[in-house]
Design a protein around this ligand. Structure first.
Ligand SMILES: C[S@@+](CC[C@H](N)C(=O)[O-])C[C@H]1O[C@@H](n2cnc3c(N)ncnc32)[C@H](O)[C@@H]1O
Length: 257
């Protein structure tokens, strides 16, 4: 699990929160009493849940101390839980189990999702969103740079840190348990100020396991320089100097009967 930097993550707060807004808009549960936000990060997704369901008991859960501290600072009256989704469970069911941009860091979705779904109350929903852009140029560049001989033997964990399956996989995993499933993909076109902004974005998330595997700042800076050079080629500037950063995400809402 990489270390997290809440400030760096929130540098693109608007773009990172939009998918949570889009996911929440499709959750058809009218008045849930108990809601949990798994992998709540600095609390941006949890704030949306509070806005929509002000009367519900809402818990934010994250296994990063830095993130939970930032979340508690942003909303001290909230219920914040430092725990790992892989081992967390609660005997009292939730009307909504929500997760935005977190499960890509949690392995073995075939086991994880049925286990979580069993914690959803009757009439409730499991709602999740994950980036699915492993085929994107920036991810392919990170993979390619990671195979350079100077650090290749230290990169295996980084290369497998993020895992997201196909929509068909999520359908097949949850359909036998669910009354109804909504699933879709969206490719956002983020307008960023240049190639360096793409590197800065990815430094807050997908690049972290690679940087964590490197020995020192010299190596980290070299890795980033190589990445920036590749990003400049792969994401050309538009006439106004901006770049488009396409970003595909998968959304799933599974309802319990
Ligand atoms: C990209 S952030 C998403 C934050 C927020 N949900 C949002 O919508 O922007 C991913 C979060 O998932 C958390 N996370 C990753 N693996 C986790 C695990 N096994 N258990 C709990 N939290 C986890 C990370 O600590 C991080 O805060």
């Amino acid at each position: 699990m990489p270390n997290w930097d809440a400030d760096l993550y929130l540098r693109f707060a608007e773009e990172r929160t939009q998918p949570a807004i889009d996911l929440l808009a499709r959750v058809a549960v009218a008045a849930p009493r108990r809601v949990i936000d798994l992998g709540c990060g600095p609390g941006n997704s949890t704030a949306l849940l509070r806005q929509r369901w002000p009367d519900a008991q809402i818990i934010g859960l994250d296994n990063s101390e830095e993130m939970i501290t930032a979340a508690a600072k942003s909303y001290p009256a909230g219920a914040w839980l430092g725990a790992d989704v892989r081992s967390w469970s609660d005997p009292v069911p939730f009307d909504v189990i929500f997760s935005n941009a977190a499960f890509q860091w949690v392995p073995d979705h075939a086991a994880l999702l049925p286990r979580l779904f069993h914690m959803v109350a009757a009439g409730g929903a499991l709602a999740m969103q994950m980036p699915r852009h492993l085929q994107s140029p920036v991810h392919q560049l990170m993979l390619e740079i990671s195979t350079r001989p100077e650090w290749n033997d230290r990169m295996e964990r980084a290369r497998t840190a993020v895992a997201v399956e196909s929509p068909a996989f999520y359908y097949d995993t949850l359909q036998p348990l669910a009354a109804r499933i909504d699933l879709w993909e969206t490719e956002y076109q983020h307008v960023l100020s240049g190639p360096h902004a793409i590197v800065s974005w990815i430094r807050g998330t997908g690049l972290r396991p690679y940087l964590d595997a490197l020995a020192n700042d010299d190596e980290r800076s070299r890795f980033e320089t190589l990445l920036l050079a590749g990003v400049e080629q792969a994401y050309p500037r538009h006439p106004d100097g901006m770049v488009l950063f396409p970003f595909r995400r998968v959304f799933v809402v599974a309802y319990r009967s």
